[in-house]
Design a binder for this molecule. Structure first.
Ligand SMILES: [Zn+2]
Length: 248
């Protein structure tokens, strides 16, 4: 994997692992993000990129590393250059696998801002509440029609947010982007997580932070009170300085 060079390989677990490993080798800790991450949790969805969260200060370095590995710079004719097709916030930086598929880089402060710095994770054990390996045996096995599931144990370079932290992040992103065109995207992702993972070993709603649980439970029951809970949560988060509302 150390000799990895991109030469048109398809977007699959091998390519994702090679990208993650190349970043790690360059001293850039990273977590899988985007719709590809959903498929690892076992959620069937369309994947249009391999997205990674990296430390804010290493975004440009990560871009350079991936450009040196052969990924393709964006071009005006590529699909991502049409902003009206975008349902989720754009990445800070990205390259391409082909004109339709991107390798997207997101800043940690735009995505998972409440978890510790990526540089500080102890990735030697399996008890971290914030991150797990994409080959973790608690993740579902690959099943046709049910997402990609966990990576093979041979691809042990890829780390993902734990399902609990991911759901908390989705709620925080929904709070941040409430009233924006991205609001629905976060609701849909959270609904998928509830539908496919809630009640499994990976996602017990009681392990979410106490402040997130009323909205999470109400959403799971399609209870109209979820909007009241969401408003209350947004106010609490703003007061606590945890939520900086996206500029309008
Ligand atoms: Zn592009």
């Amino acid at each position: 994997m150390t000799d990895f060079h991109f030469g048109g390989q398809p977007l699959d677990n091998n390519l994702v692992a090679s990208i993650s490993h190349a970043l790690h080798t360059a001293g850039i800790p990273n977590l899988l993000w985007g719709n590809y991450l959903l498929t690892v949790y076992g959620v069937p969805t369309i994947v249009d990129d391999a997205a990674f969260i990296v430390p804010d200060t290493l975004i440009e370095t990560a871009y350079t590393v991936l450009a040196d590995k052969g990924f393709i710079p964006c071009a005006p004719s590529f699909n991502c250059a049409r902003p009206h097709t975008r349902r989720c916030p754009p990445p800070t930086s990205h390259l391409h696998i082909d004109e339709n598929l991107a390798v997207s880089l997101y800043r940690k402060s735009d995505t998972l801002w409440t978890i510790p710095d990526l540089e500080d994770f102890d990735l030697s054990g399996d008890a971290d509440p914030d991150v797990i390996l994409a080959c973790d045996r608690r993740l579902p096995q690959p099943v046709p029609g049910r997402g990609r599931g966990r990576f093979s144990s041979a691809l042990d370079a890829v780390w993902i947010p734990s399902a609990v932290r991911y759901c908390e992040a989705l709620i925080l992103l929904l709070c941040r982007d409430y009233g924006s065109p991205y609001e629905d995207y976060w609701v849909v992702l959270l609904t998928y997580m509830l539908e496919f993972l809630d009640g499994t070993e990976l996602l017990d709603g009681d392990r979410l932070g106490e402040e997130y649980r009323p909205f999470y439970r109400a959403l799971g029951q399609a209870d109209p009170k979820m909007y009241t809970h969401l408003d209350a949560l947004r106010q609490d988060l703003s007061k606590g300085g945890i939520l900086s509302v996206r500029p309008g």
